[in-house]
Design a protein around this ligand. Structure first.
Ligand code: NDP
Length: 484
């Protein structure tokens, strides 16, 4: 284990390793130690054109789209098993490229296998309708694949988010091109040979590597690409939507978040503080669903804040390959600097830093940053409005249910959130009035493979996961047969 990472990685096109035409490479770093982990092929626009041609050819000749849905499902079941068989290796590589704790990485790889199984089972359960139209005849609908789909993935959950997109796209018979984030391309590349071994025909599943600005944009602009599914920053999503407009491409977007946790006065305060730590600092806060914005009833604010700081201080931070570690380093030096700048801004804008990450003992090498807690931030502070994407929480107080909802909705984002209250009527009223794609009541769990996931407002467009994701990867075709 481990040795496999210390080598050169090629892209995966047409069922084999592809080194591109430019002879360029880029480094992938191991954030826990700040050293190069691997070198990966940096493709160019011409290479993207080649990969799209391959995927397009594979779609046109029907080598996958015309295979029976049952057979496609069986191949995806095999792929799930191959992922489980490689889970330890995949998890170790994920940990080494992202810096996330190995226990989390292992869970994510196993959940990715579950995701392939879910959509394997769905493949032959998607069907059309017969419709009683007014003209004499038979009218029915078919659900057909969209064609060539480009799947663009971020660095925070590289393997899992790849699975969320690839599994339904393949289940529905599309040809796929994955573009992983340049900080974390390795685990997606391993999926190439695993898909091949599971019986996915060559050319149907491809992975291309290189900078988003160059390789990602070339993919988005290629007229032979029919659909783009993107997860990443809101500004990148907006750019992709504009580029896709030229060809009326189908686009789905999973973007940023600034999710609230709303805490009413009747809860077990210590328990909620403990859950807040899990929901705000897991994956170092580099999570689109991170509950980084706490709104707490003023009558329990002091008790809650003390408890939150105490639990955050107890987080075990260190080598992410240690199975007991709960928080590893951040993904890169640049990302840590960005978050440190947010913390300085928060202090300058008048928020009180009641847990200063500089008071936490951390390993010397690597891009570590301890947890931060701010209280009493001004309502318009940057740390309250913008997605920080790191281990920083803000705590604001409210007096009434209406005020809590107003504060919760005072953001451009609308991805997820939690509400804690023993009064179920109150909890559900709040859950329904917060403008976000998912809400958890007395829980921090917001993502389930079986349920739709996606954002309101600037958090995105469309719903992934659940049976809803199948809509993203199919077109509805209507057929009328005249019988007179
Ligand atoms: P980015 O938007 O920077 O990058 C995401 C992906 O897009 C990467 O593969 C990147 O490639 C590529 N890319 C960058 N620029 C372009 C472009 N102009 N055209 C096409 N592709 C491009 O996001 P991050 O990787 O920084 O991810 C963090 C963000 O993702 C956060 O905002 C977070 O909230 C969001 N996110 C949302 C989730 C959701 O489900 N709503 C889930 C997880 C994260 P490269 O790496 O080479 O630049």
């Amino acid at each position: 284990m481990g040795m496999q990472a210390e080598r050169r990685w090629s892209a995966w096109v047409n069922g084999s390793e592809y080194a591109g035409t430019g002879g360029r490479l880029f480094d992938v770093e191991e954030p826990a130690v700040g050293r190069t982990l691997a070198q990966v092929v940096k493709l160019n626009e011409e290479d993207v054109g080649y990969a799209v041609g391959v995927a397009s050819g594979a779609f046109e000749d029907g080598r996958w789209a015309n295979v029976s849905a049952t057979a496609r499902g069986k191949a995806l079941l095999k792929l799930a098993q191959r992922i489980r068989d490689s889970a330890r290796n995949l998890a170790e590589l994920e940990t080494r490229q992202v810096g996330k704790p190995i226990s989390d990485a292992y869970d994510e790889v196993m959940t990715a296998a579950d995701c392939f199984e879910f959509y394997a089972g769905a493949a032959n359960k998607v069907h059309g309708h017969t419709i009683p139209v007014s003209a004499p005849g038979l009218d029915y609908t078919l659900r057909v694949p969209v064609g060539v789909v480009a799947l663009i993935v971020p660095w925070n959950f590289p393997f899992l988010i790849t699975a969320w997109k690839v599994a339904p796209a393949l289940a529905m018979g599309n040809s796929v091109i994955v573009k992983p984030a340049s900080l974390t391309p390795i685990t997606a590349l391993i999926l190439g040979p695993l898909a091949q071994a599971a019986g996915v025909p060559d050319g149907v599943f491809n992975v291309i590597t290189g900078p988003g600005r160059e390789v990602g944009e070339a993919l988005v602009k290629d007229p032979r690409v029919d659909k783009i599914a993107f997860t990443g920053e809101t500004s990148t999503g907006s750019r992709i939507l504009q580029l896709a407009a030229a060809d009326i491409k189908r686009v789905s977007l999973e973007l940023g978040g600034k999710s609230p946790t709303i805490v009413f006065a009747d809860v077990d305060v210590d328990r909620v503080a403990q859950l807040t730590v899990q929901s705000a600092y897991a994956n170092g806060g580099q999570d689109c669903c991170a509950r980084s914005r706490v709104l707490v009833h003023e009558s329990i604010a002091e008790e809650y804040q003390e408890s939150l700081v105490e639990h955050a201080r107890r987080l075990k931070i260190g080598d992410p390959l240690d199975p007991d570690v709960q928080m590893g380093p951040l993904v890169s030096a640049a990302h840590r600097q960005r978050i440190q700048a947010f913390i300085r801004d928060g202090v300058a804008e008048g928020a009180q830093l009641v847990l200063d990450p500089q008071t936490i003992d951390l390993p010397e090498a690597g891009h570590y940053l301890g947890p931060a807690v701010f209280v009493k931030p001004p309502d318009d502070a940057r740390i309250v409005r913008e997605e920080i994407f790191g281990p920083v929480t803000t705590v604001q107080t409210f007096r009434t249910e209406d005020e809590a909802i107003r504060l919760a909705n005072a953001t451009d984002y609308g991805l997820s959130g939690s509400v804690f209250s023993r009064d179920l009527g109150q909890a559900l009223r709040v859950a329904h009035r917060v403008r976000s794609g998912t809400m958890s009541v007395n829980s921090i769990k917001s993502v389930h493979l079986e349920s739709p996931f996606g954002g309101f407002k600037k958090s995105g467009l469309g719903r992934e996961l659940g049976v809803e994701a199948l809509d993203l990867y199919t077109e509805v075709k209507n057929v009328f047969v005249g019988l007179d």
